[in-house]
Design a binder for this molecule. Structure first.
Ligand SMILES: [Zn+2]
Length: 250
């Protein structure tokens, strides 16, 4: 067990995107003795393992609540409790419809009834130790390697979400029969082809993603067709009004 001060200090850095050097500088400015690098790494590993254990426990509890609710409202698919889920994705370097070269991707599946997490997956194309030794054309030493993905950045989200769907029965004895999420058709196509019960899954469009897609289309129109620009056309203000109206209507 690590000291509580060490844990708090390292947890603070993890939460704010800092590392050992920043903690060291902060403490030095405050004239407080720093933490040595080895203790920092050990504490970071300890906290990482603790978080993983808590995550497994929390997601199992959340799934149990979702399952009980499905039984209560008598919603089954082929005698297995069926639930509605929300899926979302994130990248280390990408915004809605921009930048497709992310090195890391994360995707999550939430239960719609509890609004709590059921599955989380991370795909990582980069490991600094592997990269350094790749450049030197040498074999990397034994290390905790974070690289687990060699495919394209855009395929990360699909892979994680399909993995979550495939594991729903073995992990929690439930099926994700209704999906609320963004409009990426490749996710649904892959759920249908790679999940045993995938062909029965129904897609429900997410209002937020629908209006973002609408805004992107209007911006594209204004950018690619000069006749729509200027007064009375698709100005920034007009696009804002149209998308706000669309979101309210949905
Ligand atoms: Zn590595």
């Amino acid at each position: 067990m690590m000291g509580s001060e060490s844990c708090s200090a390292v947890r603070g850095q993890i939460s704010t995107g800092g590392r050992h050097s920043r903690l060291h500088q902060t403490l030095a400015t405050m004239a407080v003795p720093g933490m040595n690098k080895k203790l920092y790494s050990q504490t970071e590993k300890y906290l990482g393992d603790e978080m993983k254990q808590q995550l497994v426990k929390c997601t199992a509890d959340n799934a149990e609540h979702e399952k009980n609710h499905a039984i209560e409202i008598d919603l089954f698919h082929q005698a297995i409790p069926a639930i509605k889920v929300i899926v979302d994705v994130g990248w280390s370097k990408r915004t809605h419809k921009h930048f497709y070269n992310a090195k890391r991707g994360v995707a999550v599946i939430f239960g719609h009834y509890t609004k709590k997490l059921l599955f989380l997956g991370v795909r990582n194309k980069f490991c600094s130790i592997c990269a350094i030794h790749d450049n030197k054309n040498s074999d990397p030493p034994t290390h905790r390697c974070y690289k687990n993905w060699n495919g394209s950045s855009s395929a990360m989200e699909t892979d994680i979400i399909c993995e979550g769907f495939r594991m729903s029965e073995t992990l929690y004895s439930i099926r994700y029969m209704f999906v609320i999420g963004d409009g990426d058709s490749s996710v649904m196509a892959n759920i249908r082809s790679s999940v045993p019960y995938g062909i029965f899954v129904t897609k429900i469009e997410c209002a937020n993603h629908a209006y973002k897609a609408y805004r992107s289309c209007l911006e594209e129109l204004a950018r690619d067709h000069p006749q729509y620009k200027g007064k009375g056309g698709l100005t920034k203000r007009a696009i804002q009004r149209l998308t706000t109206g669309a979101r309210i209507a949905i």
